[in-house]
Write a protein that binds this ligand. Structure first.
Ligand code: SF4
Length: 427
């Protein structure tokens, strides 16, 4: 970690017990500066990705300064409903990654482990719980999460709803992909919409909702088109860009900003030079984008590029928007990550056959049972199909779970192996 960030994190840590509001103020100021620097100083990535980074930064600040306009959600929660009510989402992966980016994760993790949360729990959720229970993250208007994919959700959101004393909406998503499951989820969404409307004292604008859901479809379609073009282009970038894309393709779906992002990177890919001899990776799950050694290895490296991340092509192509409730429900039910792990593996394999990466990295984030549990099965199947696969254990936000150099050593060895294969293929 860079020395200034480390020092800042320690300053925030020292405020947690006695002065959580001061810690909140320090973090908010740091994120404002980060937003300014992103727009004016660190302009290495493409314009579409820069604009998205700025949007994401604003989304992170909002729950700290306008908590009553903010809703705590899980990553897969359809947020078009919130947009129609003028509410902003906040979700564990992003919030925790930002707190960790400020060097401040340790204090939050220690705080909740002392309150009985096991060390083995997902670190994104530990940081979120710590931020809430130390008083740094103020009370949101309500909580809205799915039961989908992530088992940590069920514990954290129920605990936080009780801790804050706020209304809690839960979307139960069945494992199966049939029409009955779509109907079941669509009915719950309607019910949530009606209850949110009465809670907020605002009528639900179905026309605005339909337009937002339609924009979601256009955004996902543009992103898929981008991936097709990207497969033939050289576009070195940073790991954080993939994390911002996860933002746009989930909780920001339906917003004009997310659509602009997807159309912008498609244009960027069309304008990019043709692919060269670089090693190309397909990434699965979250990324260790705060690990300094991994940053040195992967960020803006023309010789090694990440083509795509499976959490950015997880949603099905929904084309019927006549009933926005069913369209949102279908996106959840038919998501690649819903149901048995084999569905996710099949989706990664299909995308690998389209994008032709040199290798696949299956990143097992600390405490994530869904990803870790499928890792060896995935590796066996991907390798049988001709895609060398690295199962990489690490942590996307808790540096203490990433001993310096350990992840990088394995990653370097994997890249060397791919370079050998690559040279023989591209000679
Ligand atoms: S990393 Fe896994 S356990 Fe953690 S929030 Fe994401 S899906 Fe849930």
């Amino acid at each position: 970690m860079n020395a200034a960030v480390e020092k800042f994190g320690r300053i925030v840590d020292r405020q947690l017990e006695q002065r959580p509001k001061l810690a909140r103020g320090l973090l908010t100021t740091a994120y404002r500066l980060n937003g300014w620097a992103g727009r004016h100083v660190f302009k290495k990535t493409t314009p579409a990705r820069l604009e998205l980074a700025s949007v994401c930064n604003d989304v992170i600040i909002r729950p700290f300064v306008h908590p009553q306009q903010s809703v705590m959600v899980s990553l897969f929660t359809p947020c078009e409903l919130l947009q129609t009510f003028g509410m902003a989402p906040m979700f564990p992966e992003a919030l925790s990654a930002y707190l960790s980016g400020a060097g401040a994760e340790r204090g939050f993790i220690d705080a909740v482990e002392k309150r009985g949360i096991p060390e083995t729990f997902c670190s994104y959720h530990k940081i979120l719980l710590g931020a809430a229970e130390t008083g740094v993250l103020p009370k949101p208007r309500f909580i809205f999460n799915t039961t989908f994919v992530c088992d940590a959700n069920t514990l954290s959101f129920r605990r936080l709803a009780k801790f804050y004393g706020v209304p809690h909406f839960v979307l139960d998503v069945p494992n199966g992909q049939d029409e009955a499951a779509v109907t079941y989820v669509a009915e719950q969404l309607r019910d949530c919409g009606a209850k949110m409307s009465s809670l907020l004292g605002k009528p639900l604008d179905e026309t605005a909702l339909r337009q937002a859901v339609q924009r979601s479809g256009q955004t996902l379609a543009a992103y898929q088109a981008y991936l097709k073009v990207r497969a033939q282009k050289s576009m070195p970038d940073e790991m954080t860009s993939e994390m911002y894309a996860v933002f746009a393709l989930h909780v920001l779906l339906g917003s004009p900003e997310a659509l602009r992002f997807a159309q912008g990177i498609l244009q960027g890919a069309e304008d990019a030079p043709a692919r060269g001899k670089e090693v190309r990776l397909l990434w699965v799950h979250t990324l260790p984008h705060l690990d300094t050694a991994m940053i040195d290895l992967l960020d803006f490296n023309p010789q090694c590029q990440i083509l795509a991340n499976d959490v950015c092509f997880d949603a099905p192509a929904v084309t019927d928007f006549s009933d926005p409730w069913r369209a949102m429900a279908r996106r959840l039910v038919e998501n690649n990550l819903n149901g048995p792990a084999q569905r996710r593996i099949d989706a990664v394999l299909t995308k690998a056959k389209e994008l032709h990466p040199d290798g696949v990295v299956w990143f097992c984030h600390w405490g994530c049972h869904h990803t870790g549990g499928a890792a060896q099965l995935a590796r066996a199947q991907l390798e049988a199909a001709g895609f060398p696969t690295l199962v990489l254990d690490g942590d996307g936000c808790d540096r203490s779970n990433c001993p310096p150099g350990q992840m990088t050593t394995r990653m370097q060895a994997f890249l060397e192996l791919l370079e050998g294969k690559h040279d023989s293929v591209h000679l």
